[in-house]
Write a protein that binds this ligand. Structure first.
Ligand code: 8YV
Length: 314
């Protein structure tokens, strides 16, 4: 019985996850922007912390909780957690991989077709009466037969590739290193990769290693008929360079579920019919969010019972 163990719910968590936590532990709610130096004394006894995906104050919150042993993340991405600091302090970290892979890949593919075929812009034309008034509907771009470049052939990148194999002219990928078991063409140079792609599906992890990996040079290499889709992290694309390339029509379109400074999106994008915008919904289906919560709870149960974590990051 672990109901005496104090566990912090860090930032808003789903009702389902909160119910699961409250049935297992003594839950202390802490705002994600709470000042680590001003935490309630009861909170300082917390032995675990569950977060929607960012341990916002990074190392500071870990240092403010002397009994912290475990951080359970409700996300597969852990780029907003100072994992090295957690590891140095012997704090264990878990995330929620695999259970969300299909939904994120589905949204990526949906964003590709929506962007290339102008589905959102056409919807607005019908609703506004423009079509009924006989205003011209601009032609769109094919997806079938085009060269699809996967930037980051990890779990999600592979799921995207598998979905697009039947329609793509070719699937190629760029990673830091080739994947021995991948049967797609590997291109070691990121600019060469962009030059040989008609579409770039950004599926890397976030964090410093991929920050602004897609820059003005790479967008230029993608070219004026190119489309880019991002369901990974806004940090992976130089957002100013992306807005400029879209404004100048140096790329054809973008389908974006993530942004550099969420929930704030560059206003210049709002007027662009060649852009489809989503509010970071890749994993946000009823089924997947429940599966993510169950995985967070399974990791906390494992930690509390002294068993190995189910999906450890550290
Ligand atoms: C999360 C995500 O909802 O899993 C991830 O890394 O981006 C989404 O599934 C988001 O990180 C909020 O935690």
């Amino acid at each position: 019985d672990h109901r005496a163990i104090p566990v912090i719910a860090y930032g808003p968590l789903s009702d389902y996850l909160m119910a699961g936590l409250k049935s297992r532990f003594h839950v202390l709610e802490v705002a994600a922007d709470a000042d680590p130096a001003a935490l309630d004394p009861a909170v300082k006894d917390a032995r675990a912390l569950v977060s929607f995906g960012a341990v916002g104050a990074g190392a500071a919150i870990m240092d403010a909780l002397p009994r912290l042993e475990m951080i359970g993340l409700f996300s597969v991405g852990y780029d907003k957690v100072d994992v090295d600091h957690a590891r140095a302090k012997g704090i264990r970290v878990s995330n929620t991989p695999d259970v969300l892979t299909d939904d994120v890949a589905d949204l990526a593919v949906g964003l590709l077709f929506a962007t290339a075929r102008n589905i959102a812009a056409y919807d607005r034309m019908v609703r506004s009466g423009a079509w009924a008034r006989g205003e011209g509907v601009p032609l769109s771009a094919r997806v079938t037969g085009r060269r699809i470049g996967i930037l980051g052939l990890g779990r999600i990148g592979r799921a995207i590739a598998a979905r697009l194999e039947p329609v793509a002219g070719e699937i190629l990928y760029h990673n830091r290193r080739p994947q021995a078991d991948a049967h797609y063409r590997y291109i070691a140079d990121r600019i060469d990769f962009a030059r040989q792609s008609d579409v770039i599906m950004v599926a890397t992890s976030g964090g410093a290693e991929t920050s602004r990996l897609v820059d003005a040079e790479m967008l230029e290499a993608l070219g004026p008929k190119g489309v880019i889709v991002n369901i990974s992290r806004g940090s992976v694309i130089d957002e100013d360079a992306l807005v400029a390339a879209l404004t100048d029509r140096r790329i054809a379109g973008a389908g974006l579920d993530v942004f550099a400074n969420e929930p704030h999106v560059p206003a210049a994008l709002f007027d662009m019919d060649q852009v489809v915008l989503q509010p970071h919904q890749g994993s946000a289906t009823v089924e997947t969010r429940q599966a993510m919560a169950d995985l967070v709870l399974a990791n906390l149960d494992a930690w509390a019972s002294g068993r190995p974590l189910v999906t450890p990051v550290a």
